[in-house]
Each structure stands twice: as C-alpha cells, then as structure tokens.
Design a binder for this molecule. Structure first.
Ligand code: GSH
Length: 220
C-alpha cells in the first residue's frame, strides 16, 4: 500500500493544510512529500507536480498510483477512507456543510485575496480597510448564525469538513480583526478549532519558517 500526499510549504499552502487535516483526522496513513512552493524553486517544483497532476498545484494525493488532485476532492476522499464520517448524517445539514466548503473554495467574500495565508505568519499585521473589516464581520455573523442554529460546538454540530475548510481563513481573519463579544459563539469555536492538536501540529511547523512576504501587503 502506497499513499503519498504532495503537500505544500506550511506557511504558504492553505489548500494543502486542509487536505492534510482531513487525511490525518480520518487516520489515513500516508507519506508526505513537501513541495517547496516558495520562489524561486516554486516553478521547478510545480513543473514536477504537473507530471502527475493536470492541475499542476498542491495538494495532490496519490493512492497506489491513482491521482486525486484539488484539496476539496482529497478532503472528500479522506472522509470516505475513514471509518467515521466528517460529514453530518442528515441530508440537509450535509448540504449545508458542503455549501460552506464550496463557498470557501470559490470566492469567500473575496477577502482572502488581500489577506494571504502567508500573512497569518507576519509579525506585523496590517490594518484592515473599512471594506475588509465589513467583510470579516459579515463572515463572523455567518459563523455565529450557523453555530446558533446547529447548537455547536462546531459549525454543523460535530467537527466536520466545513470546519476543516475554514481553518486557514479563521487564522488569517482572527489575527487581523479580533472577534469581539458581538460573536461569542464564533470566538469560542475559533478557540477550539485552532487548539485542535492536528491544527497545532501544522501551525507549529509553519511558525518555524521564515515569513513569505508579498509585495503590497502593507500598502493595500
Ligand atoms: N483549488 C486548488 C488550489 C490549489 C493551489 O492553488 N495550490 C497552490 C499552493 S497553496 C499552488 O500549488 N499553486 C500553484 C500555482 O499557483 O502555480 C485546491 O484546492 O487544491
């Protein structure tokens, strides 16, 4: 049995982080190949990934030679490999979890483009613009509603792929725009989510790496 996750740099690859969390959470054993996506080696390394994956991006999961690419597909596959489920049994709740995952995977309020995952690890954080703050607060309100509607402690009740999908966004949003008492359920959910041992394991490694700066972060 050979299972390989081509993962990404710990303080740069939010997508690999999600796939890695889902696989680990489901107890799937795999070898991890760290693909360094920092410049300048990024291009040569991604060219090698292109030899196995048409998407030419990480993460890629190779299960006995069978290639699964895109974090979302890997998360679903991890879920199916495990003996327990990271999706709710109830059809509507399951659809709700998938709605959140799809939203995160597509636009997610467009806030992530100006707030890279890498910026979570910068010692000096920029001030968010009024628009960015409004977007962050809209997202906090959405999380608060989900937690209130489904009784917590996680978004659809039990820990699910929806929580995993949001981990990198929780990190970057919380570190740039702290959650106040206006969103008490969200604050507690974030605390629990970021303290999960697997999340901490990844973040401890990420914090040891030199920050990867993007031009324009402090200007924009
Ligand atoms: N939708 C893809 C996105 C993957 C992605 O963009 N990965 C980044 C690293 S986090 C990458 O490899 N980018 C390659 C590039 O931009 O050329 C997924 O969810 O797996």
């Amino acid at each position: 049995m050979s299972r390989i996750l081509y993962s990404g740099t710990r303080n740069a690859s939010s997508w690999a982080f999600r796939a890695w969390l889902a696989l680990k959470e489901q107890g799937v054993e795999f070898e991890e190949v760290d693909v360094d996506i920092r410049r300048p080696q990024r291009w040569a390394n991604l060219a090698k990934i292109a030899e196995i994956s048409p998407a030419a991006a990480v993460p890629v999961f190779v299960d006995n030679g069978f290639v699964i690419y895109d974090s979302s597909a890997i998360m679903e596959y991890a879920n199916e490999l495990g003996t327990s489920s990271l999706l709710p049994k109830d059809i509507k709740l399951r659809a709700r979890a998938r709605s959140m995952i799809a939203w995160q995977h597509s636009t997610f309020g467009n806030i992530c483009s100006g707030l890279s995952f890498e910026s979570s690890f910068y010692p000096n954080k920029k001030q968010l613009s009024a628009d960015e703050k409004a977007s962050a607060e809209r997202i906090y309100s959405m999380w608060e509603t989900e937690l209130a509607d489904h009784g917590g402690p996680y978004l659809v009740g039990d820990y699910s792929l929806a929580d995993i999908a949001f981990v990198p966004s929780v990190l970057r949003l919380k570190l740039h725009h702290p959650v106040t008492n206006d969103w008490p359920l969200t604050a507690e959910w974030m605390r629990q989510l970021l303290n999960r041992p697997l999340v901490q394991e990844w973040l401890m490694d990420a914090n040891k790496l030199p920050p990867i700066y993007h031009e324009g972060y402090h200007r924009g």
